[in-house]
Design a protein around this ligand. Structure first.
Ligand code: IMP
Length: 193
């Protein structure tokens, strides 16, 4: 089985992606390759951040690897928090801080459409490839549910009446932005490997 490093320190993401890639590629974690630091994310775009993370590991370990970056884009906020989703409420904001700030910013909004955008950057045999996943939905007026992470308690995917945090992880992992991007990655690897 092909070994590929997933350049993330986020255990939630690792679980979500490994549930999809399980029998198709052998995912190596940063821990598996002995990397314990923080990977910089300083690009002004989601795609740029994904590539920056993948390149950071590739340059140091010369292994095939991929990284993802995700942003929540809220129409009523002009696409914010977008690339700043992790630090929306400040540099060391918790997931809950960000959710509270988002609900506050949206307290008078009647148009509540939002989307999650994931970009995966893959470096395979020295070449760069990108895979995008988008899921549309809306921001609810209150947080609900204990599953998932990040903005999941306030994001209701289109066609559902419950937040990502209320839906089962199996369901979220089959319809999410990250799932769509990951399925594209796997389809590509199936042809290439
Ligand atoms: P990252 O830069 O890809 O780690 O994602 C930025 C931020 O987006 C995270 O800190 C989370 O707040 C949020 N995020 C990413 N993926 C998800 C998801 O699947 N559900 C909810 N929030 C997410």
């Amino acid at each position: 089985m092909k070994k590929i490093v997933f350049a993330t320190n986020n255990l939630h993401k690792l679980q979500e992606i490994s549930s999809i890639t399980r029998d198709k590629i052998e995912l190596l974690t940063l821990k598996d390759i002995g990397f314990a630091g923080e990977i910089p994310e300083t690009s002004p775009t989601i795609k740029g951040n994904a590539l920056q993370k993948a390149e950071y590991i590739h340059e140091r370990y010369l292994m095939d690897c991929f990284a993802d970056d995700t942003g929540l884009e809220v129409a009523a906020l002009g696409g914010a928090p977008g690339v700043y989703s992790a630090r929306y409420a400040g540099e060391n904001a918790s997931y809950n801080d960000n959710v509270v700030k988002l609900l506050h910013e949206m307290k008078d909004a009647t148009q509540r459409e939002a989307r999650f955008v994931t970009m995966i950057a893959l470096i395979l045999e020295g070449e760069r490839y990108f895979f995008e996943g988008i899921i549309n939905g809306h921001i609810s007026t209150f947080a609900a549910g204990a599953g998932g992470f990040g903005y999941d308690p306030v994001f209701v995917p289109q066609g559902y009446s419950q937040s990502f945090a209320q839906l089962s992880s199996e369901l979220k992992n089959s319809i999410s932005h990250r799932a769509i991007a990951t399925q594209k990655l796997i389809a590509f690897l199936n042809v290439r490997l």
